[in-house]
Every structure is written in C-alpha cells, then in structure tokens.
Write a protein that binds this ligand. Structure first.
Ligand SMILES: C[S@@+](CC[C@H](N)C(=O)[O-])C[C@H]1O[C@@H](n2cnc3c(N)ncnc32)[C@H](O)[C@@H]1O
Length: 276
C-alpha cells in the first residue's frame, strides 16, 4: 500500500501538471532594448506582451521588468530567450542635433543592433527619428517599415495635436496609417520655448498628450507614446499567430544579389498568400 505522504505527493504533482495544461494565458515575452522609462514598453504591454526592459542607466520609474545592462551585450547573450524584441537605439547621432554639434561623437548603434536582432531569428522592431537609416516603407524583399505620428492616434491636447514622427523598421508587415495634421502642432522638447512652429508642452499637458503619467518631463522628451507601440505590438501578434515560422528575423536580399533573387523565398510566397 502507498503511504499516505506519497499519495499526497502524487496528487500534488498531478494538480501541478493540470494547472500548466489548463492555463492558456501565457503572454509572449518581449525584450525592450534601450528601454528608458518604458514608453515603448508600455504600448507592448497594452497589446498583450510580458515586457522586460534593458537600459545602461537605472530606470526606477520603468513600470516593467528591468535589467540594467548594455543593450547590445544583453541582446547577444539573451535575445534568443524572448519571443520578440524592440530596440530604440539613441537617436542623437541621426537627428538634427548632429548637424548642430558636428564635433560630438554620438554613438551610431542602428547597424550593429540590426545585425544582432537578425541573428536571434526573432520578430523585431527598431525605432528611431526621421533621418535615421531605417527601412520606413514595405518592399518586395522582406523589409517593412512605418512612420507613426500622434495625429494618427488622436494624441494631443486641446490646443494642438501631438506631432512626434517616429520611424519603425519591422521584420513583419504593419499597415501605414495616414497623418491627420489639423490645427496647431504641439511637442515635448528638452529645451524651453518653441521648436520651430511646434508649440512646446509643460509636464501636465505633456502627460496628457503622450498618455504617459509615470515619467518625469525629461523622460517624456525621449519616450515613445505607448499608442504607437500598442499599434505595432498588435500587428506583431497578428503576424506571430498567422505565420510563426516565416517571421524569423525578416529576409533581406543577399548583398550583390539581383532583385529577383528572392522570388521563390518563403517571405515572397507569404506576402503574396496574405494578399489573396
Ligand atoms: C530614446 S531613449 C529610449 C526611450 C524609450 N524607448 C521610451 O519609449 O521611453 C534611449 C535610451 O537608451 C539608453 N542607452 C544608450 N546607450 C545604451 C546602451 N549601450 N545600452 C543600453 N541602453 C543604452 C539611454 O540611457 C536612454 O535611456
């Protein structure tokens, strides 16, 4: 006869196995590189991801899982442990700031980040400012990209719409919405006063315009409005569900190969089957 204590163990084991089997709500894990205080990460969380951020600086207000580390080193060592990856490399080296301070050596991290992201084979997103070397349109070679603006999501305050254009290169297709610029543009900038014709917002208005209430104003200056990454995250989830095996890291034309070289790849077949 089985002793009472062993029977209890057996029942416990069975209960644990059943718990695993009947719990269908497993959120896919998203790695948010260069996460800052978590604007981009928050959008992915709203879309349904379990988010872990990585930043060189400590980010006590980031509301998601957080690891303080160099993003590229962490990506190389741990990227494969996640289901999807977002990266917001520093933008100063690609922005108008660079022209104003040509002597400053801003790091240019988009290329090395892209290489490491592709090597993981996971679906990925790279975000940056206008002018950065990102794909910002979809083509026939497995490159995808969109430009997002606050006006597409009704973001702003009573006195103006939020004009914060950001590029997103993605390894999966995302529909490009149209800008709906109407009336006055407002923005959240690091310096005082105006930025050209765009009126600047102070903290309370900035929080309302970005739909972010947990950051300092300085952190808001750098943040992606969560509405943007919620939109991207939903497209990523749709693509992951519809076509999981074909999402591996995007497909790019081998250097030097003619444009028809990808004609028979899975990516091309996938695009045409989605169109039908
Ligand atoms: C544009 S901000 C990110 C904003 C964030 N995506 C958001 O939506 O709130 C860029 C961040 O990259 C971080 N950073 C810069 N170089 C880094 C590196 N090598 N590794 C990790 N983080 C880095 C900075 O500390 C900064 O917080």
């Amino acid at each position: 006869m089985i002793p009472h204590s062993e029977r209890r163990d057996h029942r416990q084991e069975r209960a644990e196995r059943m718990t695993v089997r009947v719990n269908p709500i497993v959120r896919p894990r998203l790695l948010d590189l260069f996460c800052g205080a978590g604007g981009a990460g928050e959008g992915y969380a709203r879309a349904g991801f379990d988010v872990t951020g990585v930043d060189l600086a400590d980010m006590p207000r980031n509301p998601h899982g957080f690891i303080q580390a160099d993003a590229l080193e962490y990506l190389e060592a741990h990227g494969h442990e996640y289901d999807a990856i977002h990266a917001s490399p520093p933008c100063q080296g690609y922005s108008r700031l660079k022209a104003m301070h040509p002597d400053k050596g801003w790091p240019l991290l988009i290329e090395p980040t892209r290489e490491l992201l592709k090597a993981t084979g996971k679906p990925y997103v790279i975000e940056n400012v206008e002018g950065a070397p990102l794909h910002h349109y979809s083509d026939l070679f497995g490159n995808h990209g969109v430009m997002l603006c606050g006006s597409m999501f009704g973001l702003g305050v009573e006195r103006g719409y939020l004009r914060r254009h950001r590029l997103f290169e993605t390894s999966f297709p995302v529909p490009q919405p149209a800008c709906r610029h109407q009336g006055r543009a407002v923005g959240v900038y690091a310096h005082g006063g105006h930025s050209g014709k765009h009126r600047m917002l102070y903290r309370a208005e900035a929080a309302e315009a970005l739909q972010i209430d947990w950051m300092t104003r300085d952190e808001m200056c750098q943040a992606i409005p969560p509405a943007y990454t919620e939109y991207i995250g939903r497209a990523m989830l749709r693509a992951m569900r519809a076509n999981k095996p074909k999402l591996r890291g995007g497909v790019s034309r081998p250097s030097g190969a003619p444009c028809w070289a990808l004609r028979n790849t899975g990516e091309r077949q996938w695009k045409s089957s989605r169109r039908n």
